[in-house]
Ligand binder design. Structure first.
Ligand SMILES: *[C@@H]1O[C@H](CO)[C@@H](O)[C@H](O)[C@H]1NC(C)=O
Ligand SMILES: *[C@@H]1O[C@H](CO)[C@@H](O)[C@H](O)[C@H]1NC(C)=O
Ligand SMILES: *[C@@H]1O[C@H](CO)[C@@H](O)[C@H](O)[C@H]1NC(C)=O
Length: 351
């Protein structure tokens, strides 16, 4: 039965035929993979299933499916990403982007990415068994105020999702989940490649491997900064689950630029820092490609040095750890921070 919100969305859709060329009704439930809706839909009206905002409760009793928690985490993250694009589609139009020198097709592509993300909502919901609930959206604040800062957050979100998917694959219990996650990562990679080529006009290649980061929930935890506190449906599971509630930090953009190999970087805590133990060594561990490199971390100056990776491409993920190599998740005591190498120095993660 459609909720009040859904009915309003349907009414809005019905009265805005030009913006919503495809027929939307309560029985309209296109399937990603066998409907072109998740590519071709155009308009500012929220597409299916973005207007189905209530969490969907479990309909059967029994043990959760093997990857239910993983897909609940991913669905919660996807609600944020989908809402980001939907908000961009509503706020901007073709001219918003052409005015600042981006191509004619930019707004078109942003709608198509928005649709792909709507398709992810369907896919992730479908991957949660009927024994488990499917989280609904919260309210989000992304801190972009104009078309240019929207594109910066877009580039960041796409590369961040590529990185947390490499970690989620490592949590997956079934082969089918692993395949699905790689396929989703490929979609995010296409989005990122488009942004690098068409918008930033840079070489889109990131070297032989993008960055694999094992602790996906730590990246997901950082996305809580986008959630308006207290705005999530009360039925939602805590996000991410499980979470390590560790200190968060960004970097000092004035003293740490450019963010390339061999540069000293100062971390700036955005929440209270770890309780440093006297006489103990702490490390900044940087993940890039398929390797990680450990550097000393100065707990008085909050400084370390970006290791010499030579290839200043793609993404570097930095954490503070109490053990070289951050070999298990509990050894990470703060972070992560995402250092975006393409386009160089343009994009900052934490507030
Ligand atoms: C996953 O794939 C491996 C290799 O093909 C196979 O041995 C294993 O049985 C599969 N696992 C499951 C849970 O299907
Ligand atoms: C290091 O971080 C701590 C915690 O945020 C802060 O109190 C201190 O002033 C910082 N040190 C420097 C040199 O900025
Ligand atoms: C980081 O690299 C070291 C050395 O290769 C390895 O032992 C460690 O497990 C790696 N850390 C992670 C989290 O993969």
């Amino acid at each position: 039965m459609p909720s009040i919100r859904t009915s309003l969305a349907l009414l809005a859709a019905a009265s805005a035929v030009a913006a919503a060329p495809l027929v939307i009704s309560a029985s309209f439930k296109p399937k990603p993979g066998s409907s072109d809706y998740f590519s071709h839909y155009r308009g500012t009206i929220t597409p299916y299933p973005g207007y189905e905002r209530e969490p969907i409760m479990a309909t059967t009793d029994g043990p959760p499916g093997p990857d239910d928690v993983l897909f609940q985490n991913l669905l919660s993250a996807e609600w944020a990403i989908f809402s980001f694009y939907q908000k961009g589609v509503e706020m901007f139009d073709t001219e918003s982007f052409t005015e600042i020198g981006f191509p004619e097709t930019t707004y078109e592509r942003i709608q198509e990415i928005r649709n792909n993300e709507a398709g992810h909502l369907v896919l992730f919901r479908d991957h949660i068994s009927s024994n488990s609930m499917k989280p609904g959206p919260c309210e989000y604040q992304f801190g972009f105020k104009d078309a240019k800062s929207f594109i910066k957050v877009l580039t960041l979100l796409e590369i961040a999702s590529m990185a947390f998917l490499t970690g989620l694959v490592q949590q997956a219990k079934t082969n089918a989940t692993r395949g699905a996650l790689v396929a989703i990562a490929e979609t995010e990679t296409r989005h990122e490649t488009w942004a690098l080529l068409d918008l930033w006009k840079v070489n889109p290649f990131g070297g032989p491997s993008d960055t694999s980061f094992p602790y996906a929930n730590q990246i997901l935890y950082t996305t809580n900064q986008f959630i308006v506190p207290g705005s999530c449906p009360k039925e939602n599971p805590s996000y991410p689950y499980p979470a390590q509630e560790i200190p968060q930090f960004t970097y000092n953009a004035h003293t740490s630029s450019p963010l390339t190999s061999g540069t000293e970087v100062q971390f700036v805590f955005t929440t209270p820092p770890p309780a440093w133990e006297d006489g103990r060594e702490y490390y900044a561990v940087f993940f890039h490609g398929l390797q990680n490199v450990t550097m000393p971390f100065d707990t008085v100056k909050n400084t370390t040095t970006i290791p010499d990776f030579e290839v200043n491409k793609g993404l570097i993920v930095g954490v503070i750890a109490d053990t070289p190599g951050a070999p298990y998740k509990e050894s990470v005591i703060a972070g992560p921070v995402l250092l975006i190498e393409q386009p160089t120095g343009a994009i900052k993660m934490n507030k």
